[in-house]
Design a binder for this molecule. Structure first.
Ligand code: NAD
Length: 483
């Protein structure tokens, strides 16, 4: 396949320019250079896309499709993505900066999402209610209609697939607004859907700026459900815009400041290595990144030494060279993260390593930063409370299990947490007390696509993954029959 670096909008099964004919540049964050361009959609293009999605929703080719055929279409899309996997991964690595093998992993997760929800397309049944004998009362599950998805740049293909696949499995149609930084791979994914026969109007993509295309999508009267993943500030704007139309926001996944709790009875070496490598994954730009390390006081020096040693070995490089860690996604992210490093130092935390942008050589051109570890971090510091979204760990000490739980929960966010202990009772006891939606015990992976994932507190609401996605992208209708 010929990789395309200049993309249009994908509306009604075809590539079209924005009505204004304007475009915006897409950068290669590993080189700080222009990589390509995308159409700069505005409210007029959102109108076109929503109209196409409404037509698609009502069309017999989609609305009346046997659920089994819907299943086969999603499965065919998965096979097509598989056949183009290497090109998709390269494009993703180029526009996002992530190491090629991690981009390949993301394409695999995208395929798995399509396959998993293909399986749900013909399995979402209703139920009957217990009513007097002269009546029949049943519940059927129906699609919402046109669903709007606003996607961030950190896992653009995965987040697209985990939201769009369950929508389609339930018979909805979608209008997707990718992030400004990563529209290219999303466009390609939508094009592949049409190539395997998804009817026109079922999957539409309108690239553009958040304040133009994104805001227009949230306030469009034709949208019957909205899913957003991104920052708390933008999430608030999405809610406000949706409120004006009384549009249900089914899923709002915002950031996190997730804690990792290491108890003295843990496998300390594995815990330290996992924490160090974990914060480097996607250059720390993961909503569930374990950026607050809570360590029993006697272990602090040992764990800090191990993390420092592991971080020192992390090889930075351009995504296509498949390094240990790629650049941050943009100059704005680089500024944000380097500002936080300065803030941490001025707050009195001890920068044990990293936190610098390489000043010379090839790396100086890209948006790179060395992974950083702060010691002597304390509650109340901004580096402890705010989401940095970069490879920066703030390490806090605790004395007792109760204090560890208190520190873990002392955050406006609540997304993920990790616990390291060999004590089974403690593992379950602590997991039960953490105000998050997702707990990992002793590392070794994270969440599969079968598991619901989402926020509590300011990390948002709704759950993406598993049956919960099918439930949130559908609604229940009750039918009473007087026999
Ligand atoms: P953002 O929340 O502003 O952008 C996310 C998406 O929302 C993008 O597609 C963007 O175009 C769109 N958007 C922006 N303004 C909008 C509006 N008014 N209406 C509708 N859509 C709008 O995030 P960002 O500016 O790319 O990054 C800023 C910070 O957000 C990051 O540093 C990080 O802390 C956080 N973030 C979190 C996640 C996550 O996975 N939870 C992902 C990306 C960014």
């Amino acid at each position: 396949m010929q990789l395309v670096y200049d993309v249009g909008l994908w509306i009604d099964g075809a590539a079209v320019p924005a009505q204004t004919r304007k475009t915006f540049s897409v950068l290669d964050p590993g080189r700080g250079e222009v990589l390509g361009s995308a159409a700069r959609g505005t409210a007029a293009d959102i109108d076109r896309a929503v109209e196409a999605a409404e037509r698609g929703f009502r069309s017999p080719a989609w609305h009346d499709l046997d659920p089994y055929e819907r299943c086969r279409l999603l499965w065919a899309w998965a096979r097509k993505v598989e056949s183009e996997a290497e090109d998709l991964a390269r494009l993703l690595s180029l526009e996002n900066g992530k190491p090629l093998r991690h981009a390949r992993d993301e394409v695999l997760t995208t395929i798995r999402n399509l396959e998993y929800y293909a399986g749900w397309a013909d399995k979402s049944d209703g139920r009957t209610l217990r009513v007097p004998d002269h009546a029949l009362d049943y519940l059927i599950r129906e699609p919402l209609g046109v669903v709007g998805h606003i996607i961030p740049w950190n896992y653009p293909l995965d987040i697209f697939a985990r939201g769009v696949a369950p929508c389609l499995a339930m018979g909805n149609t979608v209008v997707v607004k990718p992030a400004e930084e990563t529209p290219l791979s999303t466009f390609l994914l939508a094009r592949l859907a049409s190539e395997v026969g998804l009817p026109a109007g079922v999957v539409n993509v309108v690239s553009g700026l958040g304040l133009e295309a994104g805001a227009a999508l949230c306030s469009h009267a034709g949208i019957q459900g909205l899913a957003f993943c991104g920052s708390v500030e933008t999430g608030r704007e999405v809610l406000l815009a949706a409120a004006r139309q009384v549009t249900p926001v089914v899923s709002l996944e915002l950031g996190g400041k997730s804690p990792c709790l290491i108890f003295p009875d843990a496998d300390i070496d594995r815990a330290a290595e996992s924490s160090a490598l974990g914060i480097c994954y996607n250059t720390g730009q993961s909503c569930g990144a374990l950026s607050r390390l809570l360590v029993q006081r006697d272990l602090v020096e040992r764990i800090a030494d191990q993390i420092r040693a592991t971080l020192a070995r992390v090889r930075l490089g351009h995504g296509l060279d498949d390094p240990d860690m790629g650049p941050l996604v943009s100059e704005a992210q680089l500024k944000k993260v380097t500002d936080y490093v300065e803030i941490g130092c001025s707050e009195g935390a001890r920068l044990a390593c990293g936190g610098r942008h390489p000043e010379a050589g090839q790396l100086s051109q890209g948006f790179f930063i060395e992974p950083a570890l702060f010691l002597d971090a304390r509650p109340g510091m901004r580096i402890v409370e705010e989401e940095i979204f970069g490879p920066v760990i703030s390490l806090l000490a605790f004395d007792t299990e109760e204090e560890a739980i208190h520190l873990a929960n002392a955050s406006k966010y609540g997304l993920s947490a990790e616990i390291w202990t060999r004590d089974l009772s403690r593992a379950h006891r602590v997991a039960a007390q953490l105000d998050v939606s997702h707990v990992t015990i002793n590392g070794g992976g994270g969440f599969g696509i079968e598991a619901p994932f989402g926020g509590v507190k300011q990390s948002g609401f709704g759950r993406e993954g598993g049956w919960e996605s099918i439930a949130q992208y559908s609604r229940v209708k009750n039918v009473w029959v007087n026999l």
